[in-house]
Ligand binder design. Structure first.
Ligand code: AP5
Ligand code: MG
Length: 217
């Protein structure tokens, strides 16, 4: 099962990707989480990526494409994976297709591109309440999905934080970048007949149920 999650920042891609990955026992690969781990560990890649992320801009394709394409070649991906936050530009999607088509077959092998649809008005409210664990990548919301341990991650015990790029003005920039550079992927995957759209404004368990119906139809 090879799935690409599409959707605006804060639409719930990560939330749903983790639930799908747990149910089907395939890796959840989030380019944003990979960058945040690098930032936390102070790597050169992390330093470079942070400059863009803090401004709400995309990290350049040169720093992103090889990193994710290498990750999907790992042994744990042989039965599939959930890509969350990648691809995010048409050139990234084309590079992924090319990498998956190495054997020359026409089929990229992606099964679904799931678009979690949430209008911009809902997004800023969600982001200001999000709390993230930078150690294990878990995500909470102070109202919709609070940690049972307050500001401590239930999964790994690290302290939860408001992401640097979740300030309202940065969220507005991320939304603008999304509409300009990432939204075109909806038509791209529709053209491959693998696009499925779910209403992301529902309760997160209802969004998950809608995704399961698609995957198991
Ligand atoms: P990334 O980490 O991918 O961020 P994003 O796409 O902006 O998406 P988010 O993680 O903010 O939102 P999400 O859709 O995962 O929502 P979540 O499930 O957390 O990327 C960050 C940055 O890294 C980018 O801006 C860019 O700079 C860089 N980057 C990453 N990948 C790149 C690439 N391929 N190319 C170039 N640059 C790249 O949910 C949000 C909140 O809402 C949570 O608090 C959650 O609990 C809550 N919530 C979720 N679902 C619901 C629901 N149904 N109802 C109520 N609340 C909900
Ligand atoms: Mg995310």
């Amino acid at each position: 099962m090879k799935i690409v999650m599409l959707g605006a920042p804060g639409a719930g891609k990560g939330t749903q990707a983790k639930m799908i990955a747990a149910k089907y026992q395939v890796p959840h690969i989030s380019s944003g989480d990979i960058f945040r781990t690098n930032i936390k560990n102070g790597t050169e890649l992390g330093k470079k990526a942070k400059e863009y992320m803090d401004q709400g801009l995309l990290v350049p394709d040169e720093l992103t494409v090889d990193l994710v394409i290498d990750r999907v070649s790992w042994e744990d991906c042989k039965n599939g994976y959930i890509l969350d936050g990648f691809p995010r530009t048409i050139p990234q999607a084309e590079a992924l297709d090319a990498a998956l088509n190495k054997d020359g077959t026409a089929d990229s092998g992606l099964d679904f591109a799931i678009n979690v649809d949430v209008p911009d008005e809902n997004i800023v409210r969600r982001m200001s309440g999000r709390r993230a664990c930078l150690k294990c990548g878990a995500t909470y919301h102070i109202i919709y999905n609070p940690s049972k341990k307050g500001d401590i991650c239930e999964a790994c015990g690290d302290t939860l934080v408001l992401r640097d790029d979740d300030k309202p003005e940065t969220v507005q920039k991320r939304l603008a970048v999304y509409h300009e550079q990432t939204q075109p992927l909806i038509d791209y995957y529709d053209g491959q007949n693998i696009l499925k759209t779910v209403d992301g404004t529902q309760d997160m368990n209802d969004v998950f149920a809608a995704i399961i119906r698609i995957l198991e139809a």
